[in-house]
Design a protein around this ligand. Structure first.
Ligand code: UD1
Length: 420
């Protein structure tokens, strides 16, 4: 079993390179099923989650080749066998469920076991299925499986009760090859949705409005193979911004789209951070100034991202004053609080609200990554804690951060991985 060891407290210096976005790459890989031609995805970070979806495609008989030399991922789904989907890989990662829209569009059929993923709430799939039904599919659920089938998908108007990221992506992928026009209303507006639409449009799809609440998809007959570079990972960038603040440091972050990080940057400015543009894709984060407590409510984009909630909680744990975090997106996303408290934080939970009274210091101890972002929060807390923080269950962290300890070490932190 591996652990990540963090030795605090050290100032960070220098620069970090952000990878391409996990939450863009996963749906993009799922979308390769829509087209029987070769597709190349550039700058692919070989994260655990990316490996899982690649293994899933390989199990379905697709050609999947990753070159470690140039980080290009080449996928050809021309020989895909749609019947091989009975695999634990679906349960292992919720995003595997994103292949359902593409499979339905290409084969008119898909059967998958109900998805797994981070244990951060009940995470239903009703909105995905509502969309498929409105496009003309029959949906059957039973014995732990979901089966969808349609002779033909026909465009329709689909209103989502909640702007679910996964449902928007899955419906978008199903609608791309449907007959006629589909309109998704109250669609998720996350930058990764816009990226997926950009990828699909480059392949020949006709999608308008992605990245806003109303997406219009004019169905096309077929798509063509392309080469594509996804956007940078805004959550990884945000995590390093917090790292600068929690260690009172100034660092440069390369690989950033400031617009995508606007909700995070604005909140961090309120907290006392300073930001200056270095060039188009780089930013200097000055976290050396005195921080103050802030209140946060997680919301769908362009609100403050739930995927940054755990990390900012680590920072607020040692920020003087009382901060209140309200988690509105997932109902069980405070699992990291127990371990932050063991490190000395003063946090009380009341339903979906966390009340954080800043303490003057944290101290290292044995903790666990309870989920992906909760794990990142432990690394951040460890950077600011006196002594040694030993983080277990780090497979969660590897799902979304590539070379995480190397990236931190390059900034001067003492973060390393051991086998125990
Ligand atoms: C995606 C991201 C994840 C992020 C989340 C919210 C990927 C691979 N993962 O997850 O990192 O934390 O968006 O920004 O992109 N819901 C329903 N019915 C549905 C689907 C969702 O009620 O059919 C609810 C969920 O229970 C949850 C909320 O909608 O409370 C948000 O979920 P959703 O936006 O779908 O998140 P994911 O796509 O799973």
């Amino acid at each position: 079993m591996e652990k990540i060891i963090v030795k605090g407290v050290k100032e960070l210096n220098g620069e970090v390179n952000i990878s391409c976005a996990k939450n863009s790459i996963l749906p993009i890989i799922a979308a390769t099923i829509l087209c029987p031609e070769s597709i190349t995805i550039n700058n692919t970070p070989m994260l655990e989650d990316v490996e899982v979806i690649c293994k899933l495609l390989a199990k379905l008989n697709c050609e999947v080749n990753f070159s470690q030399i140039d980080n290009k991922l080449k996928i050809n789904t021309s020989n895909i066998s749609p019947e091989n989907t009975n695999t634990d890989l679906i349960k292992k990662m919720r995003a595997s469920f994103l292949i359902m829209g593409s499979m339905l569009a290409r084969f008119g059929y898909c059967k998958l076991c109900l998805p797994g993923g981070c244990n951060i709430g009940s995470r239903p799939i009703d909105l995905h299925l509502k969309g498929f039904k409105l496009l003309g599919a029959d949906v059957n659920i039973g014995y732990g499986f979901v089966e969808v089938q349609a002779k033909k998908l026909i465009g329709n108007r689909i209103y989502l009760d909640f702007p679910s990221v996964g449902a928007t992506e899955n419906i978008l992928m199903a609608a791309v090859l449907a007959e006629g026009t589909t309109i998704i209303e109250n669609a998720a507006e996350e930058p990764e949705i816009e990226d997926l639409a950009r990828f699909l449009n480059k392949m020949g799809a006709r999608i308008e409005g992605a990245g806003r609440g109303k997406i219009i998809i004019h169905g096309v007959r077929s798509l063509k193979g392309i080469e594509y570079t996804p956007i940078y990972d805004r959550i990884e960038a945000g995590t390093f911004m917090i790292a600068a603040g929690i260690t009172n440091s100034k660092i440069k972050i390369n690989g950033i789209n400031e617009e995508h990080l606007r909700p995070v940057i604005e909140k961090l400015k309120e907290c006392g951070f300073l930001f200056s543009k270095y060039n188009e894709n780089s930013i200097i984060v000055d976290g050396t100034k005195m921080k103050k407590a802030v209140d946060i409510k997680t919301l769908p984009y362009p609100g403050f991202p739930t995927d940054m909630q755990a990390q900012i909680m680590s920072l607020l744990s040692i920020t003087q004053g009382i901060s209140i975090i309200t988690e509105t997106v997932f109902e069980n996303r405070f699992m990291h609080v127990t371990d932050l408290t063991r490190m000395g934080a003063n946090i009380k939970i009341d339903g979906r609200t966390a009340i954080i009274e800043g303490v003057s210091r944290l101290t290292g101890c044995d903790v666990k990554a309870t989920d992906l972002r909760g794990g990142a929060a432990m690394i951040l807390a460890g950077l600011a804690a006196e002594g040694e923080t030993r983080i277990g269950d780090i497979y969660h962290i590897d799902r979304g951060y590539v070379n995480v300890e190397e990236k931190f070490r390059k900034l001067g932190a003492e973060v390393y991985r051991i086998d125990v």
